[in-house]
Ligand binder design. Structure first.
Ligand SMILES: [Zn+2]
Length: 275
């Protein structure tokens, strides 16, 4: 699934390519993708695209008269600027010379579009926290969110109502860079650790954006993440072997020396037998 850095790049490139364009046609080919009813998608006709923004993993297209289209690619949604549609295409906004295609591969059709007048209805519907790249994302915000939090850090960090845009890949890297145990509970984090956590979130995401920018000019969600350190064989800081543990629905990568005080975690699937 694309996460904040991949989506940020696509947003930037869409801004360069289609802002100021007028909507000439709109087609809903596969109704599953459109989750809102009012206003009708035909309301986009004749409107100018004024801005493209991002919050978390959502891309927001803002048109005249404050009509906004909110798009989430989920697992395998992707965008294309092309004249020709493909069998993956669910929704089309035509700007005349080029079409913005909302596509999705695979059988699981879960990518989403909402169209609203204004933005309030959307944010009432979806609980989305402060975007980690926004200026309002501060150490105080993290402290406030973590102080009563009984869940472990790896769960909190992928909660979109607190850290929107962060998913499994960057979660592992952020905790590693911050030298924090993924298994530590939110309320157990002290001020010094919050500082490390905050710096790591900013550094990991900004560094990823810089790395992905080097790849090409397209609007692909590039999930080539070989620049992430936690998915290597050994820790670049202490040369210990990086361990991983599979827990229900998520794989956690960590350096036992730098993050967990030497503690090794066992897969929950097998833990009954290993005890
Ligand atoms: Zn290490």
């Amino acid at each position: 699934m694309p996460e904040l850095p991949e989506i940020e790049i696509v947003k930037e490139r869409l801004k360069e390519k289609i802002i100021g364009e007028i909507v000439k046609d709109v087609k809903l080919l596969k109704p599953y993708i459109l989750k809102s009813v009012k206003p009708h998608y035909n309301k986009l006709l004749g409107k100018i695209l004024n801005d493209v923004q991002r919050i978390g993993k959502w891309i927001i297209f803002s048109f005249d008269e404050d009509i906004n289209l909110f798009y989430h690619p989920k697992l395998s949604g992707y965008l294309r600027l092309k004249e020709v549609i493909s069998r993956d295409t669910s929704f089309i906004i035509s700007f005349g010379k080029t079409n913005l295609l909302f596509n999705e591969t695979g059988n699981k059709k879960i990518s989403e579009i909402y169209i609203f007048e204004g933005k309030e209805d959307f944010f009432k519907l979806k609980k989305i926290g402060i975007d980690p790249l926004s200026q309002d994302f501060t150490k105080e915000y993290i402290k406030e969110k973590l102080k009563k939090e009984k869940r472990v850090l790896y769960r909190i960090l992928i909660d979109q109502s607190i850290f929107p845009g962060i998913g499994r890949a960057y979660m592992n890297e952020i905790l590693f860079e911050a030298r924090l145990s993924p298994f530590k509970k939110g309320f157990e984090i002290n001020d010094e650790e919050i500082s490390r956590f905050y710096e790591s979130i900013k550094n990991v995401l900004n560094n990823a954006i810089d790395e992905i920018k080097k790849i090409d000019e397209g609007i692909e969600f590039r999930e080539k993440r070989d620049f992430l350190k936690i998915f290597g064989k050994e820790c670049p800081f202490c040369s210990s072997e990086i361990k991983n543990v599979f827990l229900k629905d998520i794989t956690i990568y960590y350096c036992p020396n730098c993050q967990t005080g030497g503690k090794i975690y066992k897969d929950r699937r097998f833990s009954l037998f290993l005890k």
